[in-house]
Write a protein that binds this ligand. Structure first.
Ligand code: SER
Length: 577
């Protein structure tokens, strides 16, 4: 059976047994306390607590689904035989429709009778000081005739809540032996009988059923493969990767396959790379792949091919990938371009040193100077990398910059702080607003004078006294270039052009040519600021931006470039007042 057939078989089995099949929800959860959808039950949270009525919404108390999930807690295990960042979770759920006995029986019937597999063992919750042992489940398994019933601790046999509060409860897990004899956890049946509140207290709620079975793992067992990367759904992608990477190390190929698949699904559901939260996770996994791709020396066409392959594989089940194909490719290529130049410089430097044992300090140096992520440093090093030491350095550095910020602003509350722009009071807000629009003009002028393709924004920092703008460029600017740039900005200021603000969907903004500098997850509707020059009938500057900006460029007055210097490898920094 193929993955598609097995997914179908599961849903049909539960439909036959009185369940309503509900489509997967987005990877982007409604629940703000979690970064990603990590389980099938997440979209059903309100039904366990009685906050929503399943009969009204689904016409049934029993539901089955196949849910797109992303989990990063085991990201370091990705590439082994069974761990994936993105995976599909098969699940059946009941909100008062049935109890433990039926839930366990249904699981048993599907595995043993429907699929013809043998359960090697099961586990149940042994109880602790917080909640009692799940004796009922133990009895049910004994009655079924299960020989090996293992009693597990809270960390293995108690699930949830997702986020900081919600339904949770004891679990019973089903294990099956893989073709190579290894026991694999295949199905997790959760009995949501508690609600854990944000103070950590457990309150009893009416029993609800929540089960989750990793589709790729189940397929691995049914297709008699020793790894999830060997199943049919990975075949085309793994084959392509093997060919393109000249048979790189198997684990590296698996990581590329896993991370790319996860990134593609994330972007299709609206995530964008950024420096915080979910966006940072996406950036990190993308950069891991980009790093490998650069190491091997592949062009960006590689990403286009991979996105197409992944889209083809999932076309019938998750058409959103094909639908958003162009957008996904743009996001990945943008990230690759942004990251690529500094990375190449860093890799060159790193290879020169041929570091065997990389200290935390050294790793941090490469991270800070070249933007090399720790994962890439690990891939590059021929020996040990002190990751713990790296994290310590990272924290130390964060504390230093935080202390610097506090000193600067004397611990006062800021009137405006967008990350990019900081102002203490109304007066300063006026100043930084001018500097902000001046930054857009400067960005556009750099692209016009030095060539669009050469310039991408790397950072921007604005105070009431000056603007500071970092951009990718491989060398020092000449005096002539600096003068040209400064003159062009001042010309646009003199013309007193109006700064137009529009709201539009992110995709439309990108298509219309607006520049985007990823500093956070973009909402689906974004603001775009356009400065249009009627004299030559040209858009001078167009950027996706949160503002604030002046209404007319004349308000800025005039700018002067104070300094042009190196910020890090391949990145230049301009300060202007
Ligand atoms: N919520 C449980 C899990 O994610 C079962 O679906 O494992």
């Amino acid at each position: 059976m193929t993955t598609d057939e097995i997914r179908q078989k599961f849903l049909e089995f539960f439909e036959r047994n009185g369940h309503k099949v509900v489509p997967s929800s987005s990877l982007m959860p409604d629940d703000p306390s979690v970064l990603f959808t990590t389980a099938g039950m997440q979209q059903f949270k309100p039904y366990y607590t009685g906050a929503a009525d399943p009969i009204k919404d689904f016409g049934s108390k029993n539901i089955a689904s196949c849910q797109k999930c992303v989990r990063t807690s085991d990201i370091d295990s990705v590439g082994d035989e069974s761990h994936l960042t993105f995976f599909e979770m098969l699940g059946n759920f009941s909100f008062g429709g049935y109890g433990k006995k039926e839930a366990i029986q249904l699981g048993y019937d599907f595995i043993v009778k429907e699929l013809g597999l043998e359960i090697s063992s099961v586990s149940i919750f042994k109880g602790d000081s917080e909640t009692p042992a799940d004796e009922e489940s133990e009895k049910i398994w004994q009655e079924i005739g299960m020989k090996r019933i293992i009693k597990g601790k809270r960390e293995d046999n108690f699930w949830g809540p997702t986020g900081n509060e919600g339904p949770c409860g004891p679990t019973t897990e089903i294990y099956i032996k893989n073709i190579d004899g290894k026991e694999i956890e295949i199905w997790n049946i959760v009995f949501n009988e508690y609600y854990k509140d944000c103070n950590g207290r457990y309150k009893k709620i009416p029993l609800g059923i929540d089960t989750g079975m990793g589709l790729e793992r189940l397929v691995m067992i049914l297709q008699k493969k020793t790894s999830v990367y060997g199943i049919d759904i990975f075949e085309r992608l793994m084959g392509y990767l093997k060919e393109k990477t000249y048979n790189a190390n198997e684990r590296i190929i698996r990581i590329i396959a896993d991370h790319l698949r996860a990134a593609v699904f994330m972007i299709a559901d609206g995530f964008l790379p950024s420096n915080t939260e979910a966006g940072y996770v996406l950036r990190r996994i993308l950069r891991r792949v980009i790093g490998q791709v650069k190491l091997i020396g592949l062009s960006d066409k590689f990403f286009i091919d991979c996105v197409k392959i992944i889209g083809d594989i999932y076309q019938s089940v998750y058409p959103e990938i094909k639908r958003n194909e162009a957008e996904i490719i743009t996001v990945i290529n943008n990230e690759s371009e942004k990251f690529g130049r500094a990375l190449e410089a860093g890799i060159k430097e790193f290879k020169k040193e041929d570091l065997k044992n990389v200290t935390g300090e050294k790793a941090f140096y490469y991270y800070q100077t070249f933007g090399l992520p720790i994962d890439i440093i690990k891939d590059l090093a021929s020996g040990n990398v002190d990751e713990k030491g790296f994290i310590e350095e990272f924290k130390k550095h964060q504390e230093i910059s935080r202390a610097g910020a506090e000193k600067k602003f004397g611990g006062h509350g800021l009137a405006l702080d967008t990350g990019e722009i900081k102002a203490l009071n109304e007066e300063e807000i006026k100043q930084v607003t001018k500097y902000h629009t001046a930054t857009h003009l400067l960005h556009a002028a750099l692209r016009k004078v030095l060539g669009d393709k050469n310039i991408s924004q790397r950072g921007s920092d604005i105070t009431a006294e000056r603007l500071r703008f970092d951009f990718s460029f491989p060398r020092k600017l000449t005096e002539e270039e600096k003068k040209k740039i400064e003159d062009l900005v001042n010309e646009m200021i003199k013309m007193n052009l109006s700064v137009k603000k529009e709201e539009m969907p992110y995709e439309e903004a990108i298509k219309s040519g607006a520049l985007a500098f990823f500093k956070g997850k973009y909402p689906s509707i974004v603001s775009v600021y356009t400065i249009y020059n009627p004299e030559n009938n040209e858009v001078f500057s167009k950027e996706i931006c949160g503002g604030p900006h002046v209404n007319e460029t004349g308000e800025i007055g005039q700018i002067k470039i104070l300094k042009e210097e190196s910020s890090s490898a391949g990145v230049r920094r301009i300060k202007a007042a």
